[in-house]
Design a protein around this ligand. Structure first.
Ligand code: DGL
Length: 271
């Protein structure tokens, strides 16, 4: 048991977007070590078929499990929407946590009118998991979804603000917000929180923006406590793996983590 407790928590995403979740996890769980894998060679997942995303998710998870992790956090809405069940079935002994249920919980808490918008990748929107999870918690809610795939490219480019971001945000969201009358907008892709300022400017201050990072971190905190899996080590490590582009991962990932990453600290792996 002691050896399991000191294992890191595995976290994966299609790229660097999941670092927004890692950042929240690292804040809420200061004693835990983390092993993060960004499948940068195959990003984006959001435009791929469910079959491909599940194949990728199983491969990334296998590598993390081979390295040794005690819990897996799928820091990707697309992979959660499409592959959560397959991963839970493939690894029944290991807790596998997705980001959609925590995101839905955060949205239901924030909304007073029950009119909730969800922006995400095409696959996440098509999978309908946010609708399901929100309606499970709040059966009379009305959920309106909008795919915003270009936000992923902007975030991966490290373009978080400026003219281009504002134009894209306006194009995606201006009429969406007016037509639906939502009071809450879920950033249903782990890449989107870095664009929150620009998105907030377009949708206006009356709409609450929520993402799943902190609620997921809280969920993992409770899980470690309940299953007595919390690390007792005094020093923790944050390790980064990627399937391509160490320099780019470090440069843009530093923006996501709000800290300095160096390319020598990113190990390139083959799945
Ligand atoms: N970060 C991923 C998500 O949360 C999506 C980005 C992609 O399309 O790969 O859905």
């Amino acid at each position: 048991m002691e050896s399991t407790r000191s294992l890191p928590i595995g976290v994966f995403d299609s790229g660097i977007g999941g670092l927004t979740v890692l950042k929240a996890l690292a804040e809420v769980l200061p004693q835990e070590s983390f092993l993060y894998l960004g499948d940068t060679a195959r990003l984006p997942y959001g435009t791929k078929s469910p079959k491909s995303v599940t194949r990728y998710a199983l491969q990334t998870t296998r590598l993390l499990v081979e390295r040794g992790v005690k819990v897996l956090v799928i820091a990707c809405n697309t992979a959660t929407a499409v592959s959560l069940q397959a991963l839970q079935e493939a690894y029944p002994q290991m807790p596998v946590i997705g980001v959609i249920r925590p995101g839905a919980q955060a949205a239901c808490r924030a909304s007073t009118t029950g009119r909730i918008g969800v922006i995400a990748t095409e696959s996440t929107v098509n999978g309908g998991s946010y609708n399901e999870e929100i309606l499970r918690i709040h059966p009379t809610a009305q959920v309106f979804s909008r795919p915003c795939p270009l936000f992923v490219s902007l975030a991966e480019e490290g373009w978080c603000e400026g003219e281009v971001v504002e134009l894209v945000a306006k194009q995606y969201l201006h009429s969406f917000v007016q037509d639906t009358g939502i009071d809450t907008l879920v950033l249903g892709c782990t890449h989107f929180p870095v664009l929150a300022r620009a998105i907030g400017q377009v949708v206006g201050p009356r709409i609450a923006l929520v993402d799943s990072a902190h609620t997921t971190a809280q969920f993992v905190y409770e899980l470690l406590r309940k299953d007595d899996l919390g690390s007792r080590d005094q020093r923790r490590t944050l390790s980064f793996l990627a399937t391509d582009g160490a320099e780019r991962f470090a440069r843009v990932g530093g923006v996501f983590m709000n800290s300095c990453l160096e390319s020598k600290d990113i190990e390139i792996v083959d799945l």
